[in-house]
Structures are given as C-alpha cells and as structure tokens.
Design a protein around this ligand. Structure first.
Ligand SMILES: [Zn+2]
Length: 147
C-alpha cells in the first residue's frame, strides 16, 4: 500500500507533480521519493493514464458511437450531420431557458449583464463548433459514400 512506503505527502502532490503545478520544493520532494519508491511510481503512472483518458475523451468531441446507426461510414456521417444541429438546438434551448429564468430572478443590472455575457459566450462557442462542423462536412468526401 502507498501509505506504508514512507511517503510524507498526499496524493494531491503526486497529481500536482503530474500537472507540473508544484512549487520547486514540493516538486523535488516528490521526484526524490519517486526515484526509490516503486509503488508511488505505479500510482503516478495510473494517475497519468486516467488524466490522458479524460483529456482524450474531452477533446474527442463528436460522439460518433452514440450517433452512428450502423457499421457503414455513410450512415454514421449522416447521423452525425443530424446529431449536431440537434445538440446545438438543445443547447440553445437550455441557454435560452437559463437566461429567461435568471433574468426573472436577478435583482440588478450587473447580475443580468453577467448572466447574458456568460450565456452568450457559451452560445458563441457552440456556434463556432457548429460552423466548424458544417465546414468539415462540406470538405468531407461525403457524397462519394452516399452513392
Ligand atoms: Zn511511495
């Protein structure tokens, strides 16, 4: 068990070590311990793997598996083409509802500005993603698969 290895710091430091967010003293302490403690090296490797999985799945935006209807790339492309506008429409509805609700409840102008600013920022992000998608679909060899 890692607790029995003589480690004098918590897992938070190991995690920070991975992220490179530790101050120099802590960083050195972790590095020295890792040099002669195999169980902590294993732990750090595990953390790194988890982080990598999270990063990869976060940036792998289009949920191909969820939208695809079959093994054919043609139908999965079509499904994705339909899926994205649905997702965007849903996001717009949710944002609109959130703004409406927040608008009713907020007391002053500043709160409303923060609300509208945040939500329209999100909206713009979604719009950007949508435009990228549409552009990608146009440049895809899409028609060739469709027959
Ligand atoms: Zn250790």
């Amino acid at each position: 068990m890692p607790e029995q290895c003589g480690r004098t710091f918590g897992e938070a430091l190991l995690s920070g070590y991975l992220d490179g967010t530790l101050v120099q003293g802590d960083e050195q302490r972790v590095r020295l311990h890792l040099e002669d403690c195999e169980s902590c090296r294993t732990l750090v490797d595990g953390l790194a793997a988890v982080k990598e999985t999270i990063m990869t799945s976060t940036f792998d935006m289009p949920p191909d598996n969820e939208w695809s209807e079959g093994p054919s790339t043609g139908s999965s492309r079509v499904a994705r083409g339909v899926g994205w506008p649905l997702v965007i429409g849903w996001a717009v509805l949710v944002c609109g509802y959130a703004v409406w609700e927040g608008w009713q409840e907020s007391e002053n102008l500043v709160e409303r500005l923060i609300l509208v600013g945040g939500v329209s920022g999100l909206g713009l992000l979604f719009l950007g993603v949508l435009l990228d998608r549409l552009k990608a679909m146009k440049t895809d060899p899409y028609r060739e698969v469709q027959k």
